[in-house]
Design a protein around this ligand. Structure first.
Ligand SMILES: *[C@@H]1O[C@H](CO)[C@@H](O)[C@H](O)[C@H]1NC(C)=O
Ligand SMILES: *[C@@H]1O[C@H](CO)[C@@H](O)[C@H](O)[C@H]1NC(C)=O
Length: 371
């Protein structure tokens, strides 16, 4: 449930067990298995079918249709790297996975996906799409995964299918998320929209209205603060590599369900007292590569906090109560990792008791500070 996007994908292919705390990596599932016999994809489809309990009928024994140049096999239609300038015609109606990545498609037209009611995943990664007809996605009643990264979109397309679970729209030219963009959607697992030139003012009020979302990443954008109107049930929020300078008291008050908060590689100097107290479920906090001159206040009150990244800041002192509560027993989970290296703190001056609620001394990463 609290997996991140990429881990979810990997675990679908049974390649890697669920692992914790790895930084997000952009990875398409097309990387796996599709070049061979499509075994990984089939496993995924079969699992989905088990879940959906639909028993597939054998396809009728007629002459198979496949768009020119594409490979069609087991309901997977692969048309990548063909120099296509538009979505091909004659895509078989039973197609579940359609791979159009690495082409030169510039537009999605109203009828491009007509009849593809069974489509489960669509990859349009690395095309030149700047225009999407507002009805282009209407036929795809069962689309769960839409991979739209590396295109030329300036807005998130409207009327996304209500069945959508995962949207990757990394590295486009999105500057604005309009009110009601996600109003057709109910519950989603993941939206990855990093690498877009979006500023805080680019989120219209109500941009995420009605959406329940597990994981959101808006890294490498132009955010100067934590956006205030994101979905309120987020479990993971990653805003690394932005221009955030401060966390103010109310900034996090909406995101009470966060398990993981990623704010590394920003310019944070100030975290207002009390702002972290809105996150009682927090497990993991990333604040590395910022400009903090002290350990943020309020960490001892986060009962479940286990991992804190604070390396590469300007922290010159660690006080005895910075991490651990005074009263023994109030912390439910001890720390598994605290990184403090590349700070001007002189670690031999830190009292060992500062880490009395850490599982293992090896969990504290001090390293050497080099001027
Ligand atoms: C923040 O809280 C600490 C005590 O936890 C207090 O010493 C400090 O003055 C407070 N700072 C502000 C700006 O309120
Ligand atoms: C680091 O903190 C010290 C005070 O502890 C301050 O004088 C200095 O300007 C800070 N450096 C940066 C780069 O923020």
């Amino acid at each position: 449930m609290f997996s991140h996007c990429s881990v979810l994908l990997l675990s679908m292919f049974s390649l890697t067990p669920l692992s914790l705390a790895l930084p997000f990596e952009q990875r398409g599932f097309w990387d796996f298995g599709i070049d061979g016999d499509g075994g990984g994809l089939m496993t995924m489809m079969m699992r989905d079918e088990e879940e959906g309990s639909a028993v597939e009928e054998l396809p009728p024994p007629e002459f198979p249709v496949c768009p020119f140049g594409c490979h069609c096999q087991l309901k997977v239609v692969q048309c990548s790297d063909l120099g296509l300038t538009e979505v091909p015609k004659n895509i078989p109606a039973e197609t579940k996975l359609l791979d159009l990545q690495n082409n030169r498609i510039s537009e999605l037209k109203e009828n491009d996906f007509k009849g593809l009611a069974n489509l489960y995943a669509l990859s349009l990664v690395n095309n030149k799409i700047s225009k999407v007809h507002p009805r282009a996605f209407i036929p795809m009643q069962h689309l769960q995964k839409l991979y739209f990264s590396r295109n030329l979109l300036t807005a998130i397309p409207k009327n996304l299918p209500p069945s959508l679970v995962e949207l990757r729209i990394h590295e486009n030219r999105i500057k604005k998320v309009a009110e009601g963009t996600f109003s057709s959607l109910g519950i989603m697992n993941c939206i990855e929209m990093g690498g877009n030139p979006i500023q805080n003012s680019g989120f219209e009020p109500g941009a995420f209205k009605g959406l329940k979302l597990n994981y959101l990443r808006i890294s490498e954008a132009k955010l100067t603060g934590i956006p205030k109107d994101l979905p309120d049930n987020l479990h993971e929020l990653h805003l690394d590599h932005n221009e955030i300078q401060a966390i103010e008291l109310e900034d996090l008050s909406r995101y009470k369900h966060l398990y993981r908060l990623g704010l590394g590689n920003n310019r944070i100097r100030m975290i207002e007292n009390g702002s972290l107290s809105y996150l009682p479920n927090l497990r993991e906090l990333h604040l590395e590569n910022n400009r903090l001159s002290r350990v943020p206040r309020g960490l001892p009150d986060l009962k479940y906090l286990q991992v804190v990244y604070l390396h590469s800041n300007n922290i010159s002192q660690v006080n005895v109560d910075d991490f651990c509560p005074r009263r023994f027993g109030t912390k439910r989970s001890f720390y598994n990792g605290i990184s403090l290296y590349a700070n001007p703190v002189q670690y031999w001056e830190v009292q060992p008791a500062a880490f009395r609620c850490v599982n293992d001394r090896l969990a504290i990463h001090f390293g050497n500070y080099k001027k």
